[in-house]
Design a binder for this molecule. Structure first.
Ligand code: IPE
Ligand code: IPE
Ligand code: MG
Length: 250
């Protein structure tokens, strides 16, 4: 069990973030600005994912988590939703072998029961195939919502502890969808909005937040480096004072 709650234990802090979590936003606006249909932005967005995965490997990041489809995105026009699903299938078909060859572990988290059977089977097969890879863990959050995650974890926690009514944070955290990963060190949202949009609500408790106006399809290695540079200038105090940190260093 790798999960440690940042509110109950102070995490180790490394110069390069171990875990980067990204809300990939702005695909639609990227396309609209170019008088293209929104789908063109999503297609370009998949390319940006490829570049970002490579950059994370080069930078020594261990976990990359990408918000691809939220539990609220079903509210979009049916046509856009079905197109996003098709893109997801194509991306899996094209990328899984390459990821495996590059020692990347793929995880997909969210309420997958709402996806069609073929997609669910593809996801399970991709996860099985890459399960023992160690270089980078890429997590795709699909039909994911932070509140869904906390609720499903609560259900499992209660079922696992019959007759108990008081629980610790760790008891809940071990049932969260991403219990295999440390909490994100760095959260990035592209596309200019400054909100969490029901992403990893529990896990972002002490993450450093970084917002950029860059639309996701334009997010490059340089953009990632800018986010990492900003992260490296932060003082992560986890409730302590700056003086306490200075003492620890000297
Ligand atoms: C993010 O881009 C991708 C998904 C939510 C699937 P958007 O599609 O939200 O792009 P904007 O925000 O409309 O520009
Ligand atoms: C958040 O983006 C979800 C994903 C990137 C998958 P949205 O574009 O759906 O977020 P809101 O609705 O603008 O907050
Ligand atoms: Mg958006």
């Amino acid at each position: 069990m790798i999960y440690k709650s940042s509110t109950t234990a102070v995490p180790e802090v490394a110069r390069v973030p171990r875990h980067v979590a990204i809300i990939m936003d702005g695909n639609g606006r990227w396309a609209t600005k170019r008088f293209l249909p929104r789908v063109a932005g999503h297609v370009k967005g998949v390319e940006a994912v490829r570049g970002c995965v490579e950059a994370c490997i080069q930078r020594g990041i261990e976990y990359l988590t990408l918000f691809a489809f939220s539990s609220e995105n079903w509210r979009r026009p049916e046509e856009e939703v079905s197109l996003l699903m098709r893109l997801f299938v194509t991306a899996l078909e094209r990328e899984v072998a390459k990821m495996h060859a590059n020692n990347i572990r793929l995880k997909v988290v969210g309420d997958l029961s709402r996806f069609d059977a073929k997609l669910q089977e593809m996801i399970a097969a991709a996860e099985r195939r890459t399960a023992n890879n160690t270089r980078l863990t890429v997590t795709i959050c699909a039909n994911y919502g932070g509140r869904w995650d906390i609720m499903q974890a609560t259900g499992k926690m209660v079922a696992a502890n019959p007759g108990i009514s008081t629980f610790s944070e760790e008891q809940l955290a071990e049932h969260l969808a991403m219990a295999y990963a440390p909490e994100p060190d760095l959260f990035i949202r592209t596309g200019g909005e400054e909100r969490i949009s029901n992403f990893l609500l529990w896990q972002l408790a002490y993450s450093e937040l970084y917002f950029t106006d860059t639309y996701w399809p334009d997010f490059s290695i340089e953009s990632l480096d800018a986010a990492i540079a900003s992260y490296q200038h932060r003082e992560r105090r986890f409730g302590r004072t700056g003086d306490q940190l200075a003492e620890k260093k000297s």
